[in-house]
Ligand binder design. Structure first.
Ligand SMILES: [Zn+2]
Length: 206
């Protein structure tokens, strides 16, 4: 890749790192540093990886959640994955993400951005000017498999916690449903969502 790309990346990332020795590795996504806590996997350098990938953290998180098929959340710049996952699998998924959403299909520069054009996500390359629809757009559309505050979702209460609150799971998010009974199907309004845990207010009983 040319000097131009390197310079523009440097410029973009200026101020985000105080240590100058990290500049050397900016063009390369760091290898995942993984530790295990019980059944969960902590990706310790997720923040650093996101910095290099240079895409919205939430987009990357959603992609990984969908690809791994498990709940993930971000805590202090670390990614918490609710299952044991090998570092090589994470590295594969991150590479796949880069290939799909970051690296220009034409010139392989990382200096690209995604813009929505009509109903299509298009990758614009600042290095060579290429404009290409994101590969496999339909499969890679991640917006649908998410839970957002202020939206309502149909869920099934699968268990009841110690304090009597119902619990449901959707797209890897744990939803606490006050007043929900086990086995009940309810439509909930997401009042609050933090770190993969949401509070859902029952809208109507089915
Ligand atoms: Zn390009």
């Amino acid at each position: 890749m040319g000097d131009y790309d390197y310079q523009s990346l440097l410029k973009k990332a200026e101020g985000t790192f105080s240590k100058s020795d990290k500049r050397e590795s900016r063009l390369k996504v760091p290898n995942p540093e993984v530790i295990y806590e019980g059944k969960t996997t902590i990706l310790r350098n997720f923040g650093e990886m996101v910095e290099v990938i240079n895409r919205d953290e939430r987009h990357i998180t959603k992609y990984l959640m969908k690809e791994l098929g498990i709940g993930v959340s971000v805590r202090n710049d670390q990614l918490v994955i609710n299952r044991k996952v090998s570092d090589s699998l994470i590295a594969d998924k991150v590479r796949q993400y880069m290939d799909t959403f970051v690296i220009c299909y034409v010139c392989s520069a990382p200096d690209t951005e995604i813009r929505r054009v009509g109903r299509t996500d298009v990758m614009f390359c600042k290095a060579c000017g290429a404009q290409n629809p994101i590969r496999g757009s339909r499969e890679n559309r991640v917006e649908e498999v998410t839970v957002e505050e202020g939206k309502t979702y149909q869920v099934t209460v699968t268990e009841v916690g110690k304090s009597g609150e119902g619990k449901a799971n959707l797209h890897g998010v744990s939803i606490i449903v006050p007043g929900g009974h086990k086995g009940q199907e309810v439509r909930v309004l997401i009042k609050r969502l933090r770190n993969g845990v949401a509070i859902g207010e029952i809208q109507r009983t089915k």
